[in-house]
Design a protein around this ligand. Structure first.
Ligand code: HEM
Length: 679
């Protein structure tokens, strides 16, 4: 059985490289290309770059898969990893080292390819350091090298579930820099291309890497295989959907004209991937219908040694074939990324290359409402948060438990406010107008969070999630409890920390060069909006959150915190209104907006929006706080009353008992003794 696992891994590597070479020759990525004015870096780079990229992608995917196996798929006992899981961590350390080496080689070959210099000249040359230091793609690849090397080191000694989970998070983060800085930013729809590719990579890694880890586990140790396979299958379905959605988003952002799918090399490679993706879906279906039920039936806790009930041949065979197909798809994908997409926007103007779409017409209320610009990241965020919440409420309902409709409404309206400022005309105008950007900032940091925290998502999760099937193991519910009691959350959730992050970061972003830097890249703009939403949610969770907080503040202190904090937002608005020069001047002036007020006047408008907007949340928070305070008081009064009753009830009993005794004395004949019974 073990040989089966090793053979599957080796054949998968060959299938991947083979598919990459075939796709590279078909699509042109591996054919010699003479670009006027650019010297050719040579054969070594032409082949070395896609090969090293394949090693980097496969290394990253596998590291995520093996860490997922150790930290999530295999059951643990009270936070201590299963011995097999520890062995997988050690394995992940080696795979991460391969990942780091693949990323380092990709870095060298990329510089060689861009400069048209042989790779040998690049190693040790100044070109490499300047590429890493000045070019986002270079910095991104360097990040991957460093993070993968860090995982390789730490996975050598990690033994706890917490550390395995931490390494998994680092690995998922390390997947992001290349897609977020890759050539997607040169495609017709930058934002969609960048968010789409990042989502693509993050969704496919646990799915592809997790399956290979599962096949390895089934052919090596196999304990708890049923549990691990069940968990994997639930996750794999969502990954499959996410890979498909992001894959289509990738295509739409690069091939706006569908005919390019069959008229260009790039398009044809995409069709190959689509076909492979559909076949992979069929494999998934067969697993769900056949191999997994059989596995669960025969190996509820996996086959324990030595009494092996039944080796999972059916599962290993089907999953083994599936892994080969996935490796081949990975190979085609790497060749696709090395194939130049058809040039469709030759007349792209400076503004389009800056904001990803042409300068919008003069702003009007109607255009704010109608010029929608869907953002993949926020669309997925809203759908996931909405879907999970609805599933939680449905589960409580199904159990006959009530859930206050006010909370569901608050959550729903909160999500709608996110859609309103990240996908409507506000998103279209926010890159070109500071004032519209300020509306986005204010809603995401001061309105959406208030509504979301009143939705009590953590309380819902704790009530809806089932405890882990195996005693002492950590399922989603247990993980949530661990995170809620973690030292990190105690620190971040401390009212002082939350307030400093909420207020301080606003000043840090706008009154330093950071704002200008973040506006220049879609990823920077996205990070800014996510930060506003997260820091606002943290602050209002502490202030009016229904969910349990690490440190519960008395209401007077909360009031005080509100009145101390809100003036800072007013100051921020007033400061903006009084600034004599524009923030991020480089960005706004180079847009040459042909309509509307001047950049500085627009900034002053933004300042007045910030100043005025502060009142709304203060008002909502005050009402919420007073209502919570009143409800708490009521609850306390009822509790005290119950206690008083209970105490009163007890005295009554004693009183009744004593009276009964006195009554019994009355009934006895005169000769019996007169002293009362002893306790
Ligand atoms: C609906 C099916 C899919 C479609 C339409 C699709 C489409 C795409 C597109 C357009 C890209 C961007 C290439 C570029 O940078 O120009 C991409 C990247 C990628 N895809 Fe897919 N894909 C699909 C499924 C998959 C599957 C199933 C896998 C793996 C098992 C996969 C692996 C990858 C990888 C690794 C990349 C990044 C390549 C790189 O940057 O080196 N894709 N995909």
């Amino acid at each position: 059985m073990r040989r089966q696992g090793v053979i599957t891994a080796l054949v998968a590597a060959l299938a991947g490289v083979g598919a990459m070479v075939a796709a590279g020759l078909l699509g042109g990525a591996l054919r010699e290309q003479v670009i006027p004015g650019l010297s050719d870096a040579g054969t070594l780079t032409r082949w070395g770059l896609p090969l090293s990229r394949f090693v980097m992608e496969a290394g990253g995917t596998l590291t995520v898969g093996v860490l997922l196996g150790a930290a999530v798929l295999l059951p643990s006992t009270r936070g201590v990893l299963d011995p097999q899981a520890v062995r997988y961590l050690r394995g992940a350390s080696w795979i991460a080292a391969v990942w780091a080496a693949g990323a380092a080689a990709t870095l060298i070959f990329t510089v060689s390819d861009i400069l048209g210099l042989p790779a040998g000249k690049i190693v040790g040359g100044s070109e490499l350091s300047s590429y890493v230091g000045q070019i986002p793609q270079g910095t991104a690849l360097m990040f991957v090298v460093l993070l993968a090397a860090l995982i390789a080191l730490l996975a050598r000694t990690a033994v706890t579930l917490g550390s395995a989970a931490g390494l998994l998070v680092v690995a998922l983060v390390a997947l992001l820099p290349p897609p977020l800085t890759g050539h997607s930013s040169s495609s017709p729809n930058h934002e969609l291309a960048i968010s789409g590719l990042a989502m693509h990579i993050v969704a496919l890694s646990p799915w592809v890497g997790g399956l290979l880890a599962l096949v390895w586990h089934a052919t090596h140790d196999g304990d708890h295989l049923g549990v691990a396979a069940g968990r994997f299958s639930r996750m794999a379905l969502w990954c499959y959907v996410a890979v498909g959605v992001s894959g289509v988003a990738n295509v739409l952002s690069r091939l706006p004209d569908p005919s390019l799918l069959y008229t260009t090399d790039y398009g044809r490679l995409v069709l190959v991937k689509l076909a492979l993706f559909i076949v992979l879906g069929i494999f998934g279906y067969l697993h769900r219908e056949r191999t997994l039920p059989a596995l669960m039936a025969h190996n509820p806790k996996g086959y324990a040694r030595p009494a092996v009930t039944r080796p999972p041949w059916a599962f290993v065979r089907l999953a083994g074939a599936e892994v080969l197909l996935m490796a081949a798809t990975l190979g085609v994908a790497v060749a696709l990324a090395r194939t130049a997409p058809p040039a469709v926007n030759l007349d792209e103007d400076a503004v389009t290359s800056m904001i990803g779409f042409p300068m919008p017409p003069p702003i009007t209320v109607a255009r704010l409402a109608t010029m929608w610009r869907p953002d993949l990241f926020f669309a997925v965020l809203v759908v996931v948060l909405g879907g999970l919440y609805a599933a939680g409420v449905a589960r409580l309902r199904a159990r006959g438990d009530a859930w206050p409709p006010g909370r569901t409404i608050a959550w729903g309206v909160g999500l709608l406010t996110i859609v309103a400022v990240t996908m409507t005309g506000i998103a279209t105008y926010s890159p070109v107008l500071f004032s519209t950007h300020m509306i986005q900032h204010m809603v995401l940091s001061m309105l959406s969070p208030i509504l979301l925290v009143l939705g009590a998502p953590v309380t819902l999760a704790l009530r809806a999630l089932k405890p882990a099937a195996i005693r002492g193991d950590r399922g989603p519910r247990e993980w949530l409890t661990v995170i809620l009691h973690s030292r990190a959350l105690r620190f971040i959730g401390h009212p002082a920390t939350a307030t400093v992050i909420f207020v301080g970061s606003t000043y840090a972003v706008y009154f330093t060069p950071l704002f200008g830097y973040l506006m220049r890249a879609h990823v920077g703009h996205l990070a800014m909006l996510v930060h506003f939403l997260a820091s606002g949610s943290l602050f209002f969770w502490v202030l009016i959150g229904v969910d349990p907080t690490p440190r519960k503040l008395p209401y007077v202190a909360k009031m005080l915190l509100l009145f101390v904090t809100m003036p800072f937002h007013a100051f921020f608005g007033i400061a903006l209104m009084n600034l004599g020069k524009p923030l991020a001047a480089g960005w706004y002036t180079s847009l040459h907006r042909p309509w509307g007020t001047s950049v500085l006047a627009d900034q002053h408008t933004g300042g007045s929006i910030a100043w005025a907007f502060g009142e709304i949340p203060t008002f909502i928070v005050l009402i919420a706080m007073v209502l919570q305070w009143y409800a708490d008081d009521q609850r306390l009064a009822r509790r005290l009353e119950r206690q008083a009753d209970r105490t009163a009830g007890k005295t009554d009993d004693e009183l009744a008992e004593y009276n009964a005794y006195l009554a019994s004395l009355d009934k006895r004949p005169p000769s019996a003794s007169s002293s009362p019974p002893q306790e």
